[in-house]
Design a protein around this ligand. Structure first.
Ligand SMILES: NC(=O)c1ccc[n+]([C@@H]2O[C@H](COP(=O)([O-])OP(=O)(O)OC[C@H]3O[C@@H](n4cnc5c(N)ncnc54)[C@H](OP(=O)(O)O)[C@@H]3O)[C@@H](O)[C@H]2O)c1
Length: 272
């Protein structure tokens, strides 16, 4: 491998995927240059590959700034929220979907114009390990640790989920680096197991060493609770759409990924 072939520019290094991907790539002999908002004026060496783990819409600023580095390959992450939050009534979630759509559209157009093969991944909810749980589990773990239980509206929590282990996503990036079958393609990446939302919560209880405990209360009480919690710093971002989604299935077919690069994510229950 020439030095240029060996070089990778990577953004989102502090993400949960980066936590597993960075040591994996270094072990395989790649030389990583980390892009961060703090060092965006840095001059990057010539690199064959750009891996984008930061939010997809930040590509719109980052990619043009990397012109001159000779990028010939891009792997980027979006999210299945582009589908699951599409009909949300929350302004913040509508904005998220718009940003995801714009980021994806930019990537496709940029890659086409410059003839750079891209691969786009849309994961479901990402989890890490007990020490580094990742953003989405961290929020649930905070509630479990603070309250010792999770309040749920009656008759909810049956919607199917397919959480995906960040280490499997890191492996997916590595497997696709030079895999031509994945060029100019997008993949929805589920985890290795579909399970009801409530069982997923039980899994996170196990991480804290606490016995799963739920309290079932009327929906309007939950909504009032969430309204109050969302105004605190600790629970910023919680909202009533989360309650609606507890009944919805959010699973995605990853057959194409299994075929193209032997994607084989682990079962959620293996993580606790
Ligand atoms: N968490 C999930 O469950 C989930 C689910 C589906 C998809 N995803 C996607 O998977 C990727 C990783 O997610 P994550 O939750 O682990 O990480 P994250 O918190 O979204 O991202 C953290 C990293 O991204 C960089 N970053 C954040 N905003 C940025 C911006 N506007 N411009 C440039 N860099 C920015 C940060 O770098 P600096 O602070 O150093 O600049 C940091 O290294 C993201 O693309 C996310 O959209 C996440």
């Amino acid at each position: 491998m020439s030095m240029h072939e060996n070089n990778i520019i990577l953004s989102g290094s502090r993400s949960i995927i980066g936590h597993y991907l960075i040591p994996l790539l270094q072990k395989q002999g790649y030389h990583l240059q980390l892009y961060s908002r703090q060092n965006k004026e840095n001059i990057f060496q010539k690199s064959k590959t750009y891996i984008h783990l930061a939010p997809i819409w930040s590509l719109i600023d980052i990619l043009p700034s990397l012109e001159g580095t000779g990028i010939q390959r891009i792997i980027a992450f979006s999210s299945t929220s582009i589908f699951t939050k599409k009909n949300s009534s929350m302004k913040s979630e509508q904005l998220l979907v718009k940003n995801l759509e714009e980021g994806e559209a930019f990537l496709r157009a940029y890659a086409k114009k410059n003839n750079i093969p891209f691969t786009l991944f849309r994961p479901t909810l990402i989890y890490g390990d007990k020490k580094n749980p990742g953003n989405a589990p961290a929020m649930l773990l905070k509630i479990i640790k603070t309250c010792g239980l999770i309040p749920l509206p009656r008759k909810t929590g049956k919607g199917l989920r397919s959480p995906v282990f960040a280490k499997d996503l890191a492996l997916a990036v590595y497997q696709c680096l030079n895999e031509e079958k994945t060029f100019f393609k997008s993949y929805n990446l589920s985890g290795g197991e579909n399970l009801p939302y409530r069982e997923m919560l039980e899994g996170f209880f196990h991480w804290t060493g606490k016995k799963p405990r739920f309290i079932f209360i009327p929906k309007f009480v939950i909504y009032s609770l969430l309204y109050i919690l969302a105004r605190t710093k600790r629970f910023q971002g919680v909202n009533k759409e989360m309650v609606h989604r507890m009944q919805q299935d959010m699973i995605f077919d990853s057959t194409e990924a299994r075929k193209d690069f032997s994607y084989a994510p682990q079962e959620f229950r293996l993580s606790f």
